[in-house]
Ligand binder design. Sequence first.
Ligand SMILES: [Zn+2]
Length: 573
Amino acid sequence: MARIPDAFIDDLLARTDLVELIGARVPLKRQGREYSARCPFHDERSPSFTVSPSKQFYHCFGCGAHGTAIAFLMNYDRLEFLDAVEELAKRAGVEVPKDTRARNASGESLDLYAALEAAAQFFKRQLDATPQAQDYLRQRGVDAENRQRFGIGYAPDAWDALKNALGTDERRMRLLESAGLFSKGDSGRVYDKFRKRIMFPIHDRRGRVIAFGGRVTDKDDSPKYLNSPETSLFHKGRELYGLWQVRQAHSKIERLIVVEGYMDVVALFQYGVTQAVATLGTATTPEHAELLFRNAPDVVFCFDGDKAGRGAAWKALESALPRMRDGRQAFFLFLPEGEDPDSIVRKDGAAGFEARLAQAMPLSEFLFAELSKDVKLGSLDGKARLAERARPLLAQIPDGAFRDLMHARLTELTGANLAKPQPETPRAPAPQRAGATARRSLVRSAICLLLQEPALAQDTPWPPLFGALRQPGVGLLVELVALVRERPQLTTGALLEHMAGREEEAALHKLAQQTLPGDTATWREEWRDVLAQLDQQTLAQRVDELKTQQANAGLSNEDKDELRELMKLIVRR
Ligand SMILES: [Zn+2]
């Protein structure tokens, strides 16, 4: 992905008022230093969503949603990262740096979009000119409105219809080839890849055609579905057929239904089930799962009831597990043999299909059913085996009520709390251990203060003495101090944005949402005190080193001088 300079993001966040941005979408109520609301990301009766104007970030104590203006736009307006940045830039009246945008929409890819659009128009004209293809769609109940909505077309039964119509100049020919619309024979002859197929353009999240899927009209032809190959614009693992249309039809999507074929999506739409999307000939990837849940809190995966279908469902479950934050739900629906959503909805209508959806299996049920398939739950062995299989899977679920429930269910099934890591039994801490804990919490206090009021770091001596301290978190603390010194206007939110995607991100968010007692003056005092203590520990660390060396190999004169100086500097407590 194109990288936007950090400084630009900082500037953008500094120009954005998060309270105004969120307030325009969610009614906010002032409460002391912060604003609160009923969380827009999960259902709740009393408000646990807070927006901090000073820190410039939001947090929900109910579902854990949190972030800056960028994250809010991504999650609430369902924008991609770059689009969220563009949106904020537009509001702030600034331009996104050219080289970043250039990589998103280079001249080459703009031409590619245009070539794909031309191909889509060609296929549409061919559909208008081919009664048999129209008959096929008519038999399936697809009316003109939905043909239009999905941009459905037809690739004629010829080797070079598209080539002759559009490949007239060399450049366009090359573009269409790189878009995967042609195949090359052994002799090097280029011909149309899609022939005698109903053509379904695949749209990206802005509604541009990025690829095609073709479905045979003749039962005996194969393969039943044929997709464009992966191109610079089209990555199967990241796209969902129909998502553009679903988003056009709904301002708020309550749930998404994942089916296997384009025809299923179109048929469901035709019969009034307007929230279906399809993966494009691949298993459900983690990117798919993320995209699904970013668009809707509930996702129903529909699969064939056969072995292949259950295997595909299991893949989907594995992709979904790490994304099962509270407030999100996944269900699995297995269809009877020989049926697909298309055939069911045409036979039983929307109500019939909805009735099946209502019977879909919750993720928890599917997970435990699959894991205990060949396990005798009556025996101790069997229980242990189930726990062993479940443990790594449950570990992937984000912290929250759902994870707790899954553990509780496992306990219920196995009769023992085998899955949860045992809480450490409290024991009398050895003196050294207590010291280590105290030191750790000192670094933690420093980071906590810094997140409360980033400006504290501005007049920290540089490079800080404590940078040499060998303790967990010191590197992170130094990094944060350096960031603020370099960019004095950073708010807490902007500071966190710098840490987006890092493994420390979640821990930092937790610290940032604390509201420390006191005000800037008391925090500044505490900050200086904590840093002074850290400096002292750094000196003590060096003294220990020198003393060890003295005992082992002796000290040079230089070392001796240093030791003497250090002893003077160390404050005895
Ligand atoms: Zn929430």
